[in-house]
Design a protein around this ligand. Structure first.
Ligand SMILES: [Zn+2]
Length: 221
């Protein structure tokens, strides 16, 4: 049974949410495929389902901590996935909003909390967020145009200079951070990374290492 607080108030959207909450991943994928076949408009059902699952998690945290910053997170998820607001968030938002509008609180930060910790260096944080992606893209580009280029210190130094990062070890760490994010599945033998889980078999090997192992076993017999 779905907690009433997770649903929007009676009215439009409630039935829609009840349906999303009743799906599992398999159902969400099936509905997504049907929606794509029909050239569906708006946000796809799979993503709306993922959003709804995130709402469940945020509500669990909110029940424990009552942290009003979670309301902002919910507003983001609902906006991104065209989902109606769960009741707990609707109530929490109105309460916080009124505090500011009725002159009982000075700023949004006073009701929702600071979005960034005090003393956060925005420039550094922004670089940490943006540069890994740029480093990865630039290295992919270089390797496409110059296929013989090795991924080594010289390359990191070159790219680090180009992108104004400077230190080659920092450039290197950005590259591997992004690689891990984009290709999270790693073969335990050759250590190559892959974007999809099905590229690694149940023994943790990629297809090429699997073939090699099979050939090796055959020769050994
Ligand atoms: Zn491998």
């Amino acid at each position: 049974m779905i907690d009433n607080e997770l649903l929007p108030t009676e009215g439009p959207g409630r039935k829609d949410m009840l349906e999303l909450y009743s799906w599992d991943l398999e159902t969400a994928c099936r509905v997504q495929n049907e929606w794509e076949d029909n050239n569906g408009a708006g946000r796809g059902p799979l993503f709306r389902w993922i959003g709804a699952e995130e709402l469940k998690g945020l509500y669990e945290t909110y029940k424990e901590k009552k942290n009003p910053a979670l309301i902002i997170e919910v507003l983001h998820i609902c906006s991104l996935n065209s989902l109606p607001l769960p009741r707990w968030c609707e109530m929490g938002f109105l309460k916080a909003y009124r505090k500011v509008r009725q002159y009982r609180a000075k700023s949004w930060d006073d009701v929702f909390g600071r979005p960034h910790k005090k003393g956060t260096h925005l420039e550094t944080k922004r670089q940490e967020r943006e540069k890994p992606h740029l480093v990865y893209r630039r290295i992919e580009e270089i390797r496409k145009n110059e296929p013989l280029t090795a991924i080594d210190g010289d390359l990191f130094e070159r790219v680090g200079k180009e992108l104004g990062i400077g230190a080659k070890t920092l450039t290197e760490s950005y590259y591997y951070k992004e690689l891990k994010f984009r290709k999270p599945h790693q073969c335990r033998r050759c250590e190559k990374r892959f974007a999809y889980w099905h590229e690694i078999n149940k023994d943790g090997l990629c297809h090429s290492c699997e073939d090699k192992e099979r050939a090796h076993n055959k020769n050994g017999q």
